[in-house]
Design a protein. Structure first.
Length: 720
């Protein structure tokens, strides 16, 4: 008997076995229809084996689907990712099939010549159509435009039988890039980095690199040149470039199109399903050489993946927190290893995990230590708010206001950075002190003055701003506390009414199209003062921007998050790095109540190495990442008693293990979300401990009821 193990999209820990009917050919990676109860489900064949029999009767594979087979290495990657993240392998396989959810494009209708037939009345217009068509088959409107006639002339030739309409199946393909189309002029550091990456892809085999360059050093030009050399050596090679934000994709797509003379494929949630199906099929067929996308592009069925680039590799957006929980950077390295490909992690502020791998010889280190061309790094100064506090109910100190005025007078641009959306992060009652929170959630409601509503940024709940306090009933007693970007913009408009001012956040630019429009307006000089969250701190190039003012440099340093200092250093380095990227020098002013903080001192001194050394030493002393490993178990349910019971059972079932500790259970910082109570347990282990094996053995001892959801987060980035 031939048995196929099939991965189907269900929350189960293993593949399902099915008998392969006699005469049916099934191979690993095939997409098949298999019965489960009364339904037929799409699955991916993970293994085909011959057996002498089974102690249970197996259902038969219903059929092999007429869709491309997943390459063997894609199946390897799916299975590895499931084991690493402790995710159901069938659901991980479903991520690799996402592009097939849209129907196939309809066949294209074209017209072509019927033999040597000629029109009974050959007018100049009809003759022009036949000459423009030749022996080709073209869409009717395109043919009419080429001949310079109306579409009625083409229809008349069809009616007469001189031309015929044929349907041609749409072929999923992208124009091949030309590596020699428009090469960039590289400085010696960029050229050396590009050569090292291209040489590694030419040798073949797994080769990881950190491309470490200060903001504005030309990392993109370096890795695009490496991609060009890779494609020149192997025209069938495929290149994947991952970005943390959809808003960044369009600028990179334009640069790739200019460099190679052909547009790359685009893959993220903003791409329409029919387009995604076209990308999926073209990638699988090897008719797509360059893909630019979000972390989910890792799951595409590459036929010949030779180079992966993770741009802004430090960015927390590469961590997926909902559904399948994984880190795109870590899975990109794993995919490159499975594909025997080269992977480049690019950043001006690399993560400590990546720097640890560099220092231990696991990754190559390519450094770009100067800005490209005549640009220089901005001068960073700390503004002590204890010495120069803002006026009451304002947020910009006098020295920063003066700097903005000077910048405006020179006709240059200012970026005011505050990583907090909305008008105010807290709304409370001045009569009783009640804080407005979302129903069934511990998250505070954020006031949005543009819409006049209170919004929960965690769940999406929104409500009109009430006139009475819901706790004490006092009228008009609710007041905003603290600033968001909308409140800072309000202050800016009062101070500089003539300036062209805008806000850039996920609220004001909620989709890729609006974000692109705002970025283009800023780049072209159409905005004088941009008040922005981290949406503006990633990879954008604003040639006329010379001043960055950080409204609250201490914001990210509060709280007990493991990565608070690292994230703050990275974010403020990226934000201040937007200044002075062209021929005009830039500067950055950081408003702070704690200028003596080591993170801020390192920023002002431009001494990244000192910050990294201090942070590494603290992590090593506590055996925390990158010196150790973490995993979180999150329990949630509507019944608090049921959640507590499972948490106690887990705490009482911890296997014996050395060099490993379990903390908790305890209430999560956000203990109530969407009506579900939440408990957390945190596991810390030394690097050489098989953390996944420990978790599997532990979780197998406790069976949670259906009312309690259990999620595992390996290498957590959020501790809420």
């Amino acid at each position: 008997m031939i048995v196929a193990s099939v991965l189907i999209p269900l929350p189960v820990p293993e593949a399902f076995d099915y008998e392969v009917p006699e005469g049916m050919e099934v191979r690993r990676g095939d997409q098949v229809a298999v019965p489960l109860g009364p339904r037929l489900l799409r699955g991916v064949v993970a293994e085909v084996r011959e057996t002498t029999g089974s102690n249970r009767r197996l259902k038969a594979v219903a059929g092999v689907l007429d869709d491309p087979r997943l390459p063997g290495r894609t199946v390897d990657f799916v299975e590895w990712a499931a084991r690493w993240t402790l995710s159901p392998p069938g659901e991980m396989a479903a991520a690799a099939l996402k592009g097939l959810r849209a129907p196939r494009p309809r066949p294209e209708r074209r017209v072509r010549r019927v033999g040597e037939r000629v029109p009974a009345r050959p007018t100049p217009a009809r003759t022009a159509v036949l000459e423009a068509l030749g022996q080709r088959a073209l869409p009717g409107p395109e043919l009419a435009r080429a001949a310079g006639v109306s579409s009625g002339v083409v229809r008349g030739l069809v009616d007469e039988g001189v031309l015929e309409v044929v349907e041609i199946a749409a072929v999923a393909a992208f124009d091949p890039p030309d590596p020699d189309h428009a090469p960039a002029g590289l400085n010696p550091d960029q050229a050396a980095a590009a050569e090292a990456i291209a040489a590694a892809t030419a040798r073949g085999g797994f080769a990881p690199f950190l491309l470490d360059g200060v903001t504005g050093s030309g990392k993109t030009e370096a890795y695009l040149e490496a991609a060009a050399r890779t494609l020149k050596a192997d025209p069938a090679a495929q290149v994947l470039i991952l970005l943390p934000e959809i808003a960044l994709t369009q600028a990179l797509i334009e640069r790739i199109t200019d460099r190679f003379g052909a547009a790359p494929a685009e893959w993220h949630s903003g791409v329409a399903p029919p387009r995604r199906r076209r990308v999926w099929e073209a990638v699988a067929a090897g008719r797509c050489n360059i893909v630019v996308g979000a972390r989910s592009a890792l799951f595409l069925p590459y036929a010949n993946l030779r180079l992966l680039v993770v741009d802004e590799e430090h960015d927390g957006s590469f961590k997926q927190e909902e559904g399948l929980v994984y880190h795109g950077r870590d899975l990109a390295v794993a995919r490159a290893r499975i594909e025997a490909a080269t992977v480049v992690l690019a950043s001006a502020t690399p993560s400590l995990e990546t720097l640890w791998n560099v220092r231990h010889g696991r990754y190559g280190w390519l450094r770009l230590e100067a800005r490209h061309g005549a640009a220089v790094l901005p001068r960073i100064s700390l503004l002590d708010l204890r010495q120069a506090p803002p006026d009451p109910q304002t947020w910009l100190s006098q020295p920063l206001r003066e700097a903005i005025g000077e910048t405006l007078a020179r006709g240059e641009q200012t970026l005011l950075f505050l990583n907090r959306r909305g008008y105010a992060p807290v709304v409370l009652c001045r009569a009783c002190g009640h804080r407005m929170t979302a129903p069934d959630t511990d998250s505070w409601l954020v006031e949005h003055r543009y819409t006049g509503r209170l919004v929960c940024h965690l769940t999406g709940f929104t409500m009109a701003r009430p006139k009475h306090c819901p706790s004490c009933g006092a009228e008009e007693s609710l007041v905003p506390v603290g600033p968001g970007v909308e409140r800072v913009e309000e202050e800016v408009r009062q101070l500089f009414p003539e300036a062209r001012t805008a806000v850039f956040s996920s609220d004001t630019a909620p989709d890729a199209k609006s974000a692109r429009a705002l970025i283009q307006t800023m780049a072209e000089g159409g905005i004088d003062i941009l008040v922005a969250t981290q949406a503006a701190a990633k990879g954008h190039n604003f040639p006329h921007l010379t001043l960055v003012g950080v409204v609250d440099a201490d914001l990210g340093l509060r709280g007990g998050d493991l990565r608070a200092a690292e994230r703050t250093f990275q974010l403020l380095t990226q934000a201040t790095g937007r200044a002075g990227r062209a021929d005009k020098p830039g500067r950055a002013i950081l408003q702070t109540w704690t200028p003596e903080h080591p993170v801020l001192q390192a920023l002002a001194a431009g001494d990244r190495d000192a910050f990294v050394e201090a942070e590494m030493a603290e992590r090593e002393a506590a055996s925390l990442p990158p010196w150790g490993r973490l995993a979180a178990i999150i329990l949630s349910g509507e019944n608090a008693a049921a959640v507590d019971k499972v948490a106690r059972e887990l705490a009482g079932s911890i296997p014996n293990a050395e060099r490993l500790e379990v903390y908790g259970p305890a209430d999560a910082p956000l203990a109530l979300v969407r009506g579900r109570r939440r408990k957390r347990l945190l596991v810390r282990a030394d690097r050489d401990v098989d953390l996944q094996a420990f978790l599997r053995a532990w979780l197998a001892r406790v069976k949670a009821p259906a009312s309690v959801r259990l999620n595992v987060d390996v290498d957590p980035y959020s501790f809420l």
